[in-house]
Each structure stands twice: as C-alpha cells, then as structure tokens.
Design a protein around this ligand. Structure first.
Ligand SMILES: *Cc1c(COP(=O)(O)O)cnc(C)c1O
Length: 431
C-alpha cells in the first residue's frame, strides 16, 4: 500500500482479501486460538513464531486495523488500545519508569495532563511541562539526565495550539530521546508527524478516526527509525534482555522497526490488558474508510463557521488556526496545509452567563463532552468539564469563562451558521 495516496490507504489499507475471502474485514470474535501441539504454542510464547494465542495480547481484527493506521501514518509497527488514554499511557510507560523524567507540552488534552501530572507522577515519573510556544533555549533547559521522552499534541484539545513538531523533534533528538506526538485532532489525513521528525504517534481513535461516536479506542504507531541502541543506558527495557520474557532483547530480535510495539504488546498488554475489542476495531475500520472524505468536510465547515464567528459583533474572539491572523496560522500553513480539523473555539460578549444562555439556544450543536464527531457538538467548559475551577484557575489552563468549544460535524455549513446566528441573536440584549 505504500505507493498509494492517503485516500486509497483509508479505504483499502491494512487488508487484502484472498481468493474467495470476505471483502469486508472479518471480525474474529474469539478470545483464544487452537494449536496442534504444545511445542507450536511454546514458540508463540517465546516470541519465536508469529501467531495468535490469546486476544488480551493480539487479535487478528485489531491487527488488521492497526496495520491500516500504520500505513496511514507511514510507520513500521502499530497496535490498537482500548482508549486514547491507554495509548498515551503505554507510549510513555514503555520507555519511562520510576525515577525517570519526561518533557511535555503544557498544551495537551486534560485527561493526558492528569495522567501525567497526577497518576504517572504517583508511579515515580516526573514531568516538566513547557509552553508549546517556548524558545529553543527554554525547551532545552527542560531536559535532565534521566529524561526519556518528549510529548506534545499536533493540534491541542481544547486549546487548539499547533505544535512546532520540528522544534520539539530536534530538541528531543539532541538529548537522545524520542518525540511522541498525539495526532488525534489532525489525523494522518492532515498531518503525518513522522514526516517532521516525530518518532512515535498516538491517537484517540474515539474522535475523527471512528468519527461516528460509536466506539472508544486508541492506537500507537512507531516510525521505526529512532535508534534505541545508541542509548542502551537510557533504554535498558529495549536494549537488554527482558527476564519476564525468557531473556528476549527487543531491539536484537525485532529490529528498530518492531522493538517498541513488540515490547508494549508483550509487557504492557500482557500486564495491563487495555485491549480494543474486535467489534470496536471493526467499527473503527468503517470510520477509517471515509476519514479522508469526512476530514475535508469537517475542515470546510470549520473554516466557514470560524469566518462567520470572526465577523460577528457578539463574538469576542475565535481560535482556529486556519484563520489568517490566528497566532498559530504560520505553523498551520507549514504542518497542516490541507486544513486542520473541525474544532473551533470562541467567546461571546457578556461572559460566562451569556455563554450559558447561548448554549441553551443551540439546536443542531448538541451539548456533549465529545468532539470530532460527524454530528456537530459543543461544550461550555466553565459549566461542564472545568466547573469546579475558579475563573483564575481556568485562565491559568487557557480556558476563559466565556469560551465555547464548537466541533463542526459534516452537516451543511449554512445550517450550522444559521443555528449559531439565531443562538447569538438570543443573547444580544443579555444583561
Ligand atoms: C479524547 C482524547 C484523548 C483521550 O482519548 P480517549 O479515547 O477518550 O481515552 C487523548 N488525546 C486527545 C487529543 C483527545 O482528544
């Protein structure tokens, strides 16, 4: 599939039907797999032969869909996980453990921030958060001798900042560690972080990839280029024998192309079991088949809505990197030349109370914590996800009390604009 364009990979990647085989990917709904001899099975357990034995570790349907996402991102190996949270956790924990340190952009998904700053910190892993807009000097100063990775989001949820992937990749590589990029909002249709130096890509496939609010999932893809063996002291888990797996050394046995994902499967899936179900993988693949078509419409609608809001007298600000004049427009031109995503955020005159009143008037845009769905949805963080925080605390994490996050679906753009227009009119005389 590597010679085909992204659109063709979305539709046909990952699976080729043989003669008389199903055209659609089969759902292998089986926890277990049968073998003729104990020796056959033993080879699988020793990672000497390829094959399936238990769906907590690997399942053919999940592998088929992981292969498609791997092709879309241009990687060498990939695995599905039960959620985006599991993907972020595995990607970092696969190379960082107690006593280690990770540099992360501060502009990341709230769930990921909590995972890093609270839960993984309790596991003894320290994080330094840097602004995505920091200078190279500030970025370099964040590294320590025990730093094991750098993490950022292509387009951050919900702040909608754009990551300067090359800047972060260069700093990571200068310090001998990989850059992990959460590419959920851009999707590989609009940005392929490996082309800019990223080493590992993660996804919440729950968002645009599934695209229909049908199934939760995540994915990790490895570019297969970062040379762990140059830094064996930093990455002993990849470069020295794994005693919990009969002394296999992942980089020796599976090469740079396969070491990272094989280790994450053999150790982390084995022990934590955040597997995606084959049913969900099937639904995810249905979403992937139209990802390129949907992303184009999400972006068209996003730009049309952002322009309408920008010109509206009751709208105080609009965040959307495809708008000229947006602080991230230059980075968007470089990294997202075909468009960013369908998520727009904005503020309304009258502050928090006006935003609450506005939300009540929305008809097409449903109030949900979800984003990146074929159906338009919106959220007022100050009265939902961030309601326990004071205005000052919200400001500190980049969320203003009047901020509304609006995730454009793939409906008709004028219908969305009309809906926004009537909801805005309803707060014109808001006091
Ligand atoms: C939603 C989201 C996640 C978490 O994914 P889940 O599938 O909900 O676990 C991680 N990163 C980003 C950018 C997200 O939008």
């Amino acid at each position: 599939m590597s010679n085909y364009s992204i659109e063709t990979k979305c539709v046909q990647g990952g699976y080729t039907a043989g003669n008389g085989e199903p055209r659609q990917i089969p759902i292998i709904q089986s926890t277990t797999f049968k073998y003729a001899t104990s020796e056959d099975m033993g080879k699988l357990f020793d990672l000497e032969a390829e094959g399936y034995f238990y769906s907590r570790l690997q399942n053919p349907t999940c592998d088929t869909v992981a292969r498609k996402i791997c092709e879309l991102e241009g990687g060498t190996a990939a695995m599905l996980t039960s959620s985006g949270q599991a993907a972020s956790f595995y990607a970092v924990f696969n190379i960082a453990s107690c006593g280690d340190h990770v540099v992360s952009s501060s502009s990341i998904y709230g769930g990921t921030f909590n995972l890093f700053a609270v839960t993984m910190k309790r596991m003894g892993i320290d994080f330094t958060f840097v602004s995505p807009d920091c200078s190279e000097e500030e970025l370099n100063a964040a590294f320590r001798p025990n730093t094991k990775a750098v993490f950022g989001e292509t387009i951050a949820n919900p702040a909608l900042t754009v990551l300067d992937i090359e800047k972060f990749a260069n700093a990571a590589h200068a310090h001998g560690v990989p850059l992990i990029v959460d590419n959920t909002f851009a999707t590989p249709v609009n940005c392929r972080p490996f082309e800019w130096g990223a080493d590992i890509v993660t996804h919440s496939t729950t968002k645009y990839m599934d695209g229909h609010a049908a199934s939760l999932g995540g994915c990790i893809v490895d570019h297969g280029v970062f040379d762990w063996t140059k830094y064996p002291d930093k990455f002993p888990g990849l470069c020295t024998p794994d005693e919990s797996y009969h002394g296999v050394t992942y980089t020796e046995r599976f090469g740079l192309e396969g070491a990272f994902i094989t280790k994450a499967t053999a150790q982390l899936m084995r022990d934590f079991g955040s597997m995606q179900s084959p049913q969900n993988a099937f639904l995810l693949n249905m979403g992937l088949e139209s990802l390129h078509v949907r992303m184009q419409r999400h972006c068209e609608n996003g730009l049309a809505v952002a322009k309408f809001l920008q010109d509206h007298d009751l709208v105080t600000y609009v965040n959307y990197c495809d708008l000229e004049g947006d602080p991230y427009h230059d980075l968007a031109v470089k990294y997202l030349p075909n468009g960013s995503c369908g998520v727009v955020s904005f503020g309304v005159k009258g502050g928090r109370k006006a935003a609450e009143a506005f939300m009540k008037q929305m008809r097409l845009g449903a109030i949900e914590t979800h984003v990146a769905d074929a159906r338009t949805c919106c959220l007022h963080p100050a009265s939902a996800t961030h309601r326990q925080m004071s205005d000052a605390e919200m400001e500190a994490c980049g969320v203003k009390p009047d901020l509304i996050r609006y995730s454009c679906g793939i409906e008709n753009a004028q219908d969305l604009i009309n809906d926004l227009a009537q909801a805005l009119e309803s707060i014109r005389d808001f006091k």
